[in-house]
Design a protein around this ligand. Structure first.
Ligand SMILES: [Zn+2]
Length: 264
């Protein structure tokens, strides 16, 4: 049986919320201090362990360079949908089923260099055409949660057609809940990015920082991982896939719409 990282995270958070403050975690449990000491001894003794440490530091590097605020802001909340597909029926808005040979989850993305954009692997078209992050920043409530209704909708326009009189001004513009193509079909570009780029990066960041702490003992890595976990704990109580399921967002829950950050 394969356990997804998201499931481990959910179990961990459930366990954390189940204990009282008196029982709150005071030390690492899964990887103990003794295990970390052994790992550091191995780094000093064996070249393979030294290489593992170098790799762990490399993977964690982009994350440990970020400020606590930057890490905190990466965590998106319930009302920004997640979807494993954009539109399975139409495919790519531009090349349609030209994208089909590229698999179930074909869209490309670059979390660090092209935030909130997905790219067709067949025709290289990028979506959405609006600056979604500019809109996103205006949607945040006093707790930093995405509330679509708070957003500045004047920021929702096709950046290649900024003139409001241009008939293409609103084409391929996504406010988080999908963009509409020339034929009126909806595509979940931002939700796809949120699922595969944003949340996968968050999981990878946690895993990389945890790995680097384990193999170096440097508490800066543990601190950065704790910032991410702390913010996930903030958004987790609201997380519920069912409302998204009812609106047509898809995930791997086998049909009934169960799940929180992801389907399960
Ligand atoms: Zn395409």
């Amino acid at each position: 049986m394969t356990i997804k990282f998201g499931e481990i995270l959910e179990i961990t958070l459930l366990l954390l919320t189940a204990v009282s403050n008196a029982d709150a975690k005071k030390c690492s449990r899964l990887v103990t201090a003794e295990m970390r000491t052994n790992a550091l001894e191995n780094v000093n003794k064996y070249s393979w362990a030294e290489q593992e440490q170098k790799n762990a530091i490399l993977y964690a590097e982009p994350w440990v360079k970020l400020s606590d605020d930057e890490l905190w802001n990466f965590i998106t909340s319930q009302e920004l949908p997640r979807d494993i597909h954009t539109n399975k029926t139409v495919g790519c808005p531009n090349c349609e089923d030209g994208i089909a040979p590229y698999g179930n989850y074909p869209w490309k993305y670059d979390f660090w260099n092209e935030p909130w954009k997905i790219k067709c692997p067949n025709c290289d078209e990028m979506y959405p055409r609006n600056d979604f992050y500019a809109f996103y920043k205006t949607t945040l409530d006093e707790h930093g949660m995405f509330r679509r209704e708070l957003g500045d909708r004047s920021l929702l326009f096709n950046a290649e057609h900024p003139d409001p009189k241009d008939p293409l001004h609103k084409l391929y513009v996504d406010d988080g809940y999908g963009m509409v193509d020339e034929n009126g079909n909806k595509h979940h570009a931002v939700a796809y990015y949120n699922q595969w780029a944003q949340w996968r990066a968050i999981y990878n960041g946690l895993s990389s920082l945890g790995g680097a702490y384990t193999l170096t003992g440097d508490k800066l890595y543990a601190h950065k991982a704790a910032v991410i976990l702390d913010r996930i704990a903030d958004v987790y109580p609201e997380m519920d896939f069912m409302p998204l399921h009812k609106m047509g967002f898809e995930h791997s829950h086998g049909g009934p719409g169960r799940g929180r950050i992801e389907g399960c």
